[in-house]
Write a protein that binds this ligand. Structure first.
Ligand SMILES: Cc1cc2nc3c(=O)[nH]c(=O)nc-3n(C[C@H](O)[C@H](O)[C@H](O)COP(=O)(O)OP(=O)(O)OC[C@H]3O[C@@H](n4cnc5c(N)ncnc54)[C@H](O)[C@@H]3O)c2cc1C
Length: 451
């Protein structure tokens, strides 16, 4: 019988982080040009681009500690993707705007490099080739079509290896064969690191990387504090409780102090504790509360026997024809010299039992699901217990596309939020774009616009 009693209920990345500099609570009244609410990768990236590309003064409020939200509790797999199929997006919007949104997001790789370059000791960002595993014909055919569209539109690189034994190979329309290669079944299994012969295809794609976003976020902030001490104030354990919006100003009340600024940027992911109020009418502005939904995601990790970097996702891991189900896996070396495998994918629903409390345990159902999957791969997993497990909040906008830009009603309220579970690179891109907007740059309409 499996049990969870010896598992550390903390993110592996936060455990790795060790003691980092902490910052005081806000006491009294302060003011600045811009106030950022939220100190995860979105808030700190926005801060970075505002400080390096404008002359504005910034205050950042974090209700907990820097990088202890989703930024410290994710799977650490940097991707420039979305959680909606390309074909579905094209159905809902036009092809040109979907392609240009993908291309906008692809610029985040050079932004990440730029930020990392400024650090004395850069955060490790390891480029990897990613893998997707398929057991069902329908899933495979849909993915081939979608990836073909992405490749011909210059969005990414993709190759789909299909087993020579695949019984439905005639169903692959000939026009897509440019991105398909038929290989021996053993190659599929070896690429996917599985011995489970039900896998019929492996999707090989990129760009993709592994990074520890909590460490990156702390490193960037510490560098900014040294470089811009007169233009930056950061307060931890300081929740923005009540936010009043006026046409050219914003006032924020926190438990022991308040902030006045001209512009507000919400980098609050799926958290909704702030009350946002129209300063003149006193009416609550419910856009975040009513439109952003929260979902908990979970990850488990264990020291790996395999000693190499790896990234992949497995559609339908239970082979139950339930297309929405998937698991993702990645493996990397940490500072102790050991390799760790992280695995996640089960969304826990909207039952938020408090942000990252330490008093919940991994459900038996989840534990068994991960164990079943890992045993079916046979390569990496023999133990009955995982070493770490953790949870994090994912905030979803109604169309599952991040909001990056000004509010439609209050032009001095901006958003860089709505992580959608694939949000690290999106947070960085959002920070760069918002800094440009506040610096007067004009951008073409985009699907990232919050409307
Ligand atoms: C389990 C899980 C796995 C994931 N895996 C991946 C992955 O592999 N790849 C990927 O790209 N993305 C992944 N993500 C998503 C990614 O982690 C997020 O997109 C990213 O961290 C979002 O950063 P953020 O700064 O927007 O949010 P957060 O890091 O959550 O930061 C928001 C911050 O705002 C603060 N805050 C909220 N309200 C207030 C307030 N009123 N006053 C002051 N502060 C406030 C919070 O305390 C928090 O620190 C995953 C997410 C989860 C939960």
């Amino acid at each position: 019988m499996s049990n969870t009693s010896n598992m550390i209920n903390k993110s592996l990345w936060l455990s790795e982080l060790g003691e980092r500099k902490s910052r005081s609570k806000l006491h009294g009244a302060v003011d600045s040009d811009v106030v950022i609410v939220g100190g995860g990768i979105a808030g700190i990236s926005t801060l970075y681009f505002l400080l390096t590309q404008t002359q504005l003064n910034i205050i950042l409020l974090e209700s907990d500690r820097i990088a202890h939200g989703a930024t410290g509790n994710n799977a650490g797999h940097a991707l420039t993707g979305f959680e909606r199929d390309f074909r579905e997006l094209v159905r809902d919007y036009n092809r040109e705007s979907v392609v240009s949104m993908y291309k906008e997001l692809n610029t985040s790789w050079s932004l990440l490099e730029l930020m990392n370059h400024e650090l004395k000791i850069p955060t490790e960002v390891t480029q990897i080739v990613d893998h997707g595993g398929f057991t069902q014909t329908d899933d495979l055919l849909e993915t081939i079509q979608e990836q073909y569209e992405l490749v011909i539109n210059g969005v990414n690189h993709s190759l789909i290896l299909v087993s020579k034994d695949f019984r439905d190979r005639d169903k692959i329309p000939p026009q897509y064969l440019d991105i398909v290669e038929f290989v021996e079944p053993g190659e599929i299994l070896s690429r996917l690191e599985t011995l489970d012969e039900r896998y019929i295809a492996a999707h090989i794609y990129g760009p993709s990387a592994l990074m520890i976003s909590a460490e990156f976020t702390h490193n960037i902030l510490e560098m900014l504090e040294q470089k811009f001490p007169h233009r930056l104030e950061v307060y931890e354990h300081t929740p923005a409780e009540q936010i009043k919006l006026f046409p050219n100003a914003v006032q924020i009340d926190t438990p022991h102090g308040n902030v006045s600024a001209n512009t507000l940027i919400m980098c609050t992911n799926g958290y909704k504790q702030a009350n946002i109020i129209d300063g003149n009418s006193g009416q609550e502005y419910l856009k975040i509360k009513t439109q952003i939904s929260q979902i908990m995601g979970e990850v488990v990790a264990f020291p790996s026997k395999k000693q190499s970097y790896f990234g992949g996702y497995y559609l339908n891991p239970e082979h139950d024809l339930h297309k929405e189900s998937y698991l993702y896996i990645n493996r990397r070396k940490l500072k102790d010299g050991l390799y760790y495998t992280a695995i996640g994918g089960a969304e826990l629903g909207t039952d938020i039992h408090g942000p990252y409390s330490d008093n919940h345990s991994l459900s038996q159902e989840s534990l068994e699901k991960y164990q079943r999957f890992l045993k079916s791969t046979k390569y990496d997993f023999e133990r009955s217990e995982f070493a770490y497990h953790w949870e994090g909040i994912m905030g979803y906008t109604p169309n599952r596309i991040r909001w990056i830009g000004p509010d439609t009603k209050y032009p001095n309220l901006y958003y860089n939020l709505g992580c959608n579970g694939i949000g690290l690179m999106q947070s960085i891109y959002g920070g760069w774009k918002l800094a440009g907007m506040l610096d007067g740059a004009k951008f073409s309409p985009s699907l990232f616009d919050p409307n």
